[in-house]
Design a protein around this ligand. Structure first.
Ligand SMILES: Cc1cc2nc3c(=O)[nH]c(=O)nc-3n(C[C@H](O)[C@H](O)[C@H](O)COP(=O)(O)O)c2cc1C
Length: 234
């Protein structure tokens, strides 16, 4: 009888132990929860280095301002300055202006020459007196000042030939103006004389400007011939 009781007790212990082990296994065998995603770090991201960025070069911006205008003296305008006692040189001057698109500036003596004044065949006429006495050739003009003079870079200077040289009423204009930077082209009309030294004498009188050789025209030259000469200058 004692043996039976001991066996029963042993069986009871074994059953109990099995029961205990079985509970522990269940808890450990329970499926583990799905791994949660690694949480984002809650700390603020390390700020970027605060050192000053290397300065970038200034962009090579296109200039926004208008280009500086050329000086007025390089404007390419043409002026035809002339003295004409009886109209021949005036016609040539106008033909030059028409061909070049230039402006004209007439030299007008304060005391204009009358027909009697111009009569070189009459002793004691005004032109004869002036011819014989050079000190009388300083002829006052109504104006020697050209508006916007600096804008002209080509200046034609026209005159009749008197005793082989430029009629002296042009002299005070030549002396009164600065031709620096200008191309100066003399031209004249005459009955038969050539240009002679007339242009060179005016160039010497001016002392400034790039004086060209120039051209002599017959008193009755046609506008077409004048235009052809102007065109030949390029
Ligand atoms: C006082 C005087 C002197 C002149 N001397 C000359 C001269 O030496 N040689 C010549 O060929 N013509 C001479 N002439 C003629 C003029 O040069 C010519 O008629 C000229 O075309 C006149 O131009 P104008 O009408 O613009 O004044 C002279 C005319 C005058 C009034």
């Amino acid at each position: 009888m004692k043996k039976i009781i001991a066996i029963l007790l042993c069986l009871t212990c074994i059953v109990s132990l099995v029961a205990c082990n079985s509970g522990t296994a269940n808890s450990s065998s329970t499926a583990a929860p799905a791994p949660t995603a690694t949480p984002e770090p809650t700390t603020e991201p390390t700020p970027a280095p605060t050192e000053a960025p290397t300065p970038t070069a200034e962009p090579t911006a296109e200039p926004t301002q208008e280009p500086t205008p050329e000086p007025a003296s390089e404007g390419g305008k043409t002026l035809v300055v002339y003295y004409s006692a009886s109209g021949n040189t005036g016609r040539v001057a106008q033909a030059i202006a028409n061909t070049t698109g230039g402006d004209t500036f007439e030299l007008i003596p304060v005391t204009p020459y009358t027909d009697e004044d111009l009569d070189w065949t009459a002793d004691g006429s005004r032109v004869n007196q002036e011819h014989d006495d050079e000190s009388l050739r300083d002829i006052a003009l109504e104006s020697t000042t050209v508006d916007n003079w600096a804008e002209y870079d080509t200046v034609y200077v026209g005159y009749p030939i008197w005793w082989g040289i430029a009629a002296w009423p042009v002299n005070s204009f030549i002396k009164s103006n600065d031709f620096t930077g200008k191309t100066v082209i003399p031209f004249c009309t005459s009955s038969s004389s050539g240009l002679g030294e007339s242009g060179q004498l005016l160039a010497d009188m001016a002392g400034t400007g790039d004086w060209q050789e120039g051209q002599r025209f017959q008193s009755s030259v046609s506008d077409e011939d004048v235009a052809a000469w102007v065109s030949s200058l390029g």
